[in-house]
Design a protein around this ligand. Structure first.
Ligand SMILES: [Mg+2]
Length: 222
């Protein structure tokens, strides 16, 4: 049994630019002026609520007072993403919808999604890009504010009783934080897209590349 757990933004969906712009806008509408770090990697937890918790902590807002601004930013971000998708749908990465359909049908593979984004926007973007959301278990930052917590929850849903260090689990992502989380969990990792090009041996540009299933460790067929 091969377990494959995918990140969403930048991995299955070409949404990273849109996403970070609208996220910044939502946070600023709720909190006022915020000086964001130039690189998301500079935040301790690169997830929608994780970044916001750190911003709030640095502004001197501590638990439990963080709950209300986080809920407000989440709601506003959802509105902004819904408005944008109504005008312009999200695009999947080349080949990603077909690759996912094939993996779902493969009896030797279990597939799940684990994103650092909130659940409402993840579902909207996946539907907009044409992914069959009802047939894939999706774990998001609504489950946990740390990426490894989200990834662990996804694994225990796909393979109850499987140990975290299982060599058969592979995470597929586009960010340095995805690579970091995978190595913390001792999972396999496949890098997707330009951000990690040249930085990790198991790499594909997208899923229209003929090498994708081999790089993911699957037998090439059909
Ligand atoms: Mg990503």
């Amino acid at each position: 049994m091969t377990i494959l757990i995918f990140d969403i933004d930048g991995t299955l969906i070409d949404s990273t630019g849109l996403d970070s712009k609208l996220y910044r806008q939502a946070v600023q509408e709720v909190l006022g002026s915020v000086q964001f770090r130039s690189d998301w990697s500079e935040y301790t937890d690169v997830t929608d609520p994780g970044i916001l918790r750190q911003i709030l902590r640095e502004k001197g807002v501590e638990h439990p007072s963080v709950a209300e601004p986080i809920a407000a930013a989440r709601a506003r971000f959802g509105e902004l993403v819904a408005d944008r998708l109504a005008e312009e749908p999200c695009r999947p990465l080349p080949g990603a919808v077909g690759a996912m359909a094939r993996l779902i049908r493969d009896p030797k593979v279990r597939v799940g999604l684990a994103t650092g984004g909130w659940g409402h926007t993840a579902a909207m973007k996946l539907r907009s890009a044409g992914f069959p959301t009802e047939s894939i278990p999706i774990f998001t930052a609504d489950h946990h504010h740390q990426r490894i917590g989200i990834m662990r929850a996804c694994l225990s849903s796909l393979a109850p009783g499987e140990t975290e260090a299982s060599p058969k689990v592979t995470y597929i992502g586009d960010g340095p934080w995805d690579l970091k989380a995978s190595s913390e969990l001792d999972w396999g990792f496949v890098a997707v897209g330009p951000r990690l090009q040249g930085k990790w041996r198991r790499w594909i540009p997208h899923f229209a590349d003929p090498s994708w299933s081999e790089v993911l460790g699957l037998t090439v067929s059909g």
